[in-house]
Design a protein around this ligand. Sequence first.
Ligand SMILES: Cc1cc2nc3c(=O)[nH]c(=O)nc-3n(C[C@H](O)[C@H](O)[C@H](O)COP(=O)(O)OP(=O)(O)OC[C@H]3O[C@@H](n4cnc5c(N)ncnc54)[C@H](O)[C@@H]3O)c2cc1C
Ligand code: SF4
Ligand code: SF4
Ligand code: SF4
Length: 383
Amino acid sequence: MIVIKKKQDCCGCYACKEVCPQKCISMQADEEGFCYPSINLEKCIECNLCVKVCPVLNQASTQKPAHVYVAINSNADIRLESSSGGAFSLLAEKITNENGFVFGATFDKQWNVIHNCTSDTNELNKFRSSKYVQSSINNTFTKAEELLKNGKKVLFSGTPCQIAGLKNFLRKDYPQLYTIDFICHGVPSPLVWKTYLNETLSMYKISPNTVRNINFRDKSLGWKKFSFTLQFERRGKKKHITEVFYRNYYIRGFLHDIYLRPSCYSCPSKGGKSNSDITIADFWGIQHICPELNDDKGISLVFINSFKGESLYKQVEKHPKEIEYETVVQYNKSIEQSAILPHEKRELFFKKFGQEKISRLVIKLTDFPLSERIKEKIKKIIS
Ligand SMILES: Cc1cc2nc3c(=O)[nH]c(=O)nc-3n(C[C@H](O)[C@H](O)[C@H](O)COP(=O)(O)OP(=O)(O)OC[C@H]3O[C@@H](n4cnc5c(N)ncnc54)[C@H](O)[C@@H]3O)c2cc1C
Ligand code: SF4
Ligand code: SF4
Ligand code: SF4
């Protein structure tokens, strides 16, 4: 049976919980807010299936993609709603238009991030855009398996470790299953997210039931200068709070790696180890590599990892523009490297978490970009 000796040895993918024939594994959140399996020993029959499906214990070897393409969704509204160029929606629409099912991460009514599925093209917007929180897989692996056994087409999207967990859980290659992961910087704690959200709502005196949307990658100030936006209603009028990423305390803490899941500092599934068919990413560095495409509206990279992935992508994009893997890697470190553990800062954050506000902790533990500090000084002098 599965034993977690070190927290970094569990990425919280739910595969062990879902595969257990005795249903004796439950996922329990620790004091940082990350879920880990807990086993009811009285019910366990020591079948070891949980060990066999674990993506940390059963890691595939790294592999480079066969092709890397540049992707832009021709629908301007969908592209605007997406984190980068809207590549996910191109592929997802293909599946729902053929009566298939798409799985992805969305918000629940309390703004927790959870995995869910739809077969309705009009509902795909709920999956669009990156949510910088670990999503809860719940029973979606089992749901996907049921659909596949009934011959349905399924596209499952998630972090590389979620896709690796799904593949191990299924223990069989279904021809009508397509998997998409993304280049993953790491996932922050759901508890830190909810605490930050509650602090923000209380600071601005916003009632939780008036929140209409939350976007971690709002492009209204540009794609590269993305913002965190919270939309709400006050006295019948639409209002919003928009903060550019380095001014928003939650995003700043995320980008400084101070509250990522422990497994993200030694990721078990990066570098093609998830065996996904397609990997999507932001095309960072586009201004140096393809300046002619650089319109600051968001561009995706699409990494093709399998024949199935190639065939699906060629159905939505007949003449994709190819680009060298080595060229894009230098501008997007997360493609191959895990986040570097800021030991003292992470420890200090969680030591004080719950006692001090997240904004105060982030101010203490992270740096404001030098260029912005200079701009602020100049503004102050002028004013
Ligand atoms: C936590 C996180 C870290 C990331 N780190 C990087 C990075 O370092 N470098 C990089 O190039 N790209 C990173 N990305 C991916 C990037 O932000 C875009 O998702 C990607 O470029 C595809 O964008 P798109 O426009 O094609 O589609 P979008 O519409 O933005 O696609 C969203 C897709 O991501 C899935 N998704 C969103 N949030 C989550 C979540 N919390 N858990 C699981 N799945 C989720 C949705 O289900 C959907 O399939 C990260 C994404 C997330 C969620
Ligand atoms: S060994 Fe088998 S029964 Fe026991 S927890 Fe693991 S999967 Fe469940
Ligand atoms: S990584 Fe996944 S399968 Fe392994 S112990 Fe954690 S939740 Fe279970
Ligand atoms: S960095 Fe690795 S371990 Fe962390 S969420 Fe992403 S894929 Fe999973």
